[in-house]
Ligand binder design. Sequence first.
Ligand code: C5P
Length: 279
Amino acid sequence: MIVEAAPAKLNLALHVRARRTDGYHELETLFAFVADGDSILLSLRHPGENRDDEFVVSGPFAAALSGEGDNLVLRAVRAFDAAFGPGGPLRIELVKNLPVASGIGGGSADAAATLRALARLRGIALDEPALFAIADGLGSDVPACLLGRTAIGTGRGEQLVPVEGLADTPVLLVNPGIAVSTAEVFRRWDGVDRGPLPEGPLLDRALHGRNDLEAPALAAAPVIGDLLDALRSQPGVTLARMSGSGATCFALFDAADGRDAAGAALRERGWWCLETALV
Ligand code: C5P
């Protein structure tokens, strides 16, 4: 069996520069990844068994995905088979540890991990350009999740330049338990270009950067404002910000004990918290 990690993605900064004519927005973003996330477990079904692929979702957020007919994992399998020829039949298990529709790339990370797992199964190099082309067709964040390392993203987020990360920085992720529609948050953006990502070392770029989707997400889900206020008031926080289109927010800490204390305090408020670290 192939076990492939699908780490949560963060946008340390996300600058929305322009509306495009194709329905997307021109972005400049700092992608980073943490040590925890979902997992994809992939194996070939026993010969002679049913020829169909079997797809199972487990984990704490499995129920949130039930009813979603066209999961990104299955779309990734179909796109992979279309590009490389059909394989299988497969058994795929998605262990859903991350809240869905929450700005930390859950579905995109799952799709990217599925592509990596299939590539391993078929002996295809992980830097194969065709894999990135498939990822691009599955969603704006899927190429970044396929790369899986700190990078500057431009275009709709699919043009990537890797940068040196902030490995081992303690991070707390907090989600208020509401799903936010990415398309709706982008639609609410006010159209004002507030300028490019700052230059300099990564932490400075993040600290002096912004998430331009915070205001429109807050308009759709005011609880995000409470969550950001609560995060910013925790001792030891160096940066607190919303990730992606929300509603998950993150805080970087100067030490793990501050992160853990903040996690304990914010969990008391009924919010989902994940104590982790940048990779
Ligand atoms: O690419 P993906 O399917 O993940 O995007 C979901 C939605 O988010 C798009 O349909 C679009 O409305 C919005 N989006 C955007 N600009 C981007 C990325 C996503 O407007 N750069």
